[in-house]
Design a protein around this ligand. Structure first.
Ligand code: SF4
Length: 420
């Protein structure tokens, strides 16, 4: 059994929204294994370890571990970890027993489904259960409701809360056999480091029937995705959920297309930000909404491209250069206003060539290379003067391509738009 289930609770959001993510991430993980821990992730793992010790073995042991792991930053981290400790104490006084870092078998959803909950708890009379999830990140606000997922999905899933926490609750009810007796289910996100006005502790109460709907939905969904005869027919869906996807920046064509499209949308139209008419304001708002939604995915994309390249090189898979935004091929066009013999005669006159419109037999659109073949040296020069070069669309190119743009070029563009 690998450490993480590919259909475990922490990936639930993207597995529901993007059917292809399972297969795309599987391919990545088969090649590279689990992602290497970033500094941020290591900090989170250490904070979870201290919390677990605190709850299981008490403050004294936890503080020794805290200092060993965080050194001169220990006091700062203690303050954050204490938020979760106080939460646990509050419910312990009400008679709850906590099972920190408990693994749940979620085979009632799928045989390959399992996961580890941070702070699951059961009340003394077994009528109340609680799932606490300790989120240690400070950059991404973690919703404990469904607002970051689409309205259609609420209809489909019928579960307006965090699916990740809902899955842990299903695991707990299965394991303790409490489905028929439980009366209250509390799902709680504890996120002490997120810098905002929002409460660091966000509780939601869920009904048993809602969890049953979620369980049935997930069972059907995973059976469809994992049992697909032709996985290539499953749909991709790009969105903020791509942020934690291992396929991001590696083997996901949908994300590359969406980013390409977005970049092409923003580059030539940056100036629309300066318009103030209501029509343009709508356009700008629509664009900014889209850019903001994809911003985490864009950041993740770049991060993963770097990680993949590094791993390809260090793991001896050959020298990968990665991808970069590049300038697509420019195309040569003739001005669109040359439609009649008179237009042609006027256009050539600018280059000093006089042609009587009466002598022109036909004006037709031909490929630049075909016209060039019909002309002598002089004619080719005239032809060149008439050409209009349209810049190529932005696209992803190998990082060593001569058309690759500096790495921060695109992100800088987004920064302007998002902060203005
Ligand atoms: S990066 Fe996004 S669109 Fe691509 S597979 Fe992952 S979740 Fe799906």
């Amino acid at each position: 059994m690998s450490v993480h289930s590919l259909i475990g609770p922490s990936s639930a959001s993207r597995r529901i929204q993007c059917e292809q993510s399972f297969w795309a991430e599987k391919e990545y993980l088969e090649k590279f294994g689990e992602s290497r821990s970033s500094g941020e992730a290591t900090e989170g793992t250490n904070a979870h370890a201290v919390l677990e010790t605190w709850i299981k073995e008490g403050e004294e042991k936890a503080l020794i571990q805290l200092h060993a792991l965080f050194h001169d930053k220990a006091e700062d981290h203690k303050e954050y970890i204490k938020v979760a400790v106080d939460y646990v104490e509050h419910y312990r006084k009400k008679g709850f027993t906590f099972y920190p870092e408990k693994s749940f078998n979620l085979s009632s959803i799928h045989p390959d489904c399992f996961g580890t909950a941070d702070l699951p708890a059961v009340s003394q009379n077994k009528k109340r259960i609680l799932i606490g999830d300790f989120k240690y990140g400070e950059g991404v606000f973690v919703e404990n409701d469904y607002t970051y997922q689409s309205v259609e999905e609420i209809d489909v899933v019928g579960f307006p809360y965090s699916v990740q926490l809902g899955k842990y609750a299903i695991g707990l009810l299965d394991e303790f056999k409490l489905w028929d007796t439980v009366e209250e289910i509390i799902l709680t996100v504890i996120q002490p480091r997120y810098n905002s006005e929002d409460e660091p502790i966000r509780e939601q109460k869920v009904e048993v029937f809602e969890l049953k709907i979620l369980q049935a939905f997930l069972k059907e969904h995973y059976a469809k995705v994992l049992g697909a005869k032709d996985p290539s027919k499953l749909a991709y869906k790009v969105g903020s959920h791509c942020q934690f996807c291992n396929a991001s920046g590696y083997n996901c064509p949908a994300q590359q297309d969406a980013l390409n499209e977005l970049v092409n949308e923003v580059m030539p139209e940056k100036e629309i930000m300066e318009y103030e008419s209501s029509a343009h304001t709508d356009q700008v708002l629509e664009f900014v909404a889209k850019a903001l939604q994809l911003k985490p995915a864009i950041d993740a994309f770049y991060k993963k491209v770097n990680e993949v390249c590094e791993r390809l090189v260090t793991d001896g898979h050959g020298g990968a250069l990665g991808l970069a935004w590049g300038e697509g091929r420019a195309s040569n066009k003739y001005p669109e206003d040359i439609k009649t013999p008179e237009d042609l005669s006027n256009a050539l006159m600018v280059s000093g060539i006089i042609i009587d419109p009466e002598d022109v037999r036909e004006v037709s659109l031909m490929a630049h290379s075909n016209v060039a073949k019909l002309l002598d040296k002089n004619g080719k020069k005239v032809l060149k003067d008439l050409l209009v070069k349209t810049p190529g669309r932005r696209k992803l190119v190998p990082a060593n391509s001569p058309t690759a743009l500096p790495k921060d070029f695109v992100l800088d563009d987004f920064k302007d738009i998002i902060t203005n």
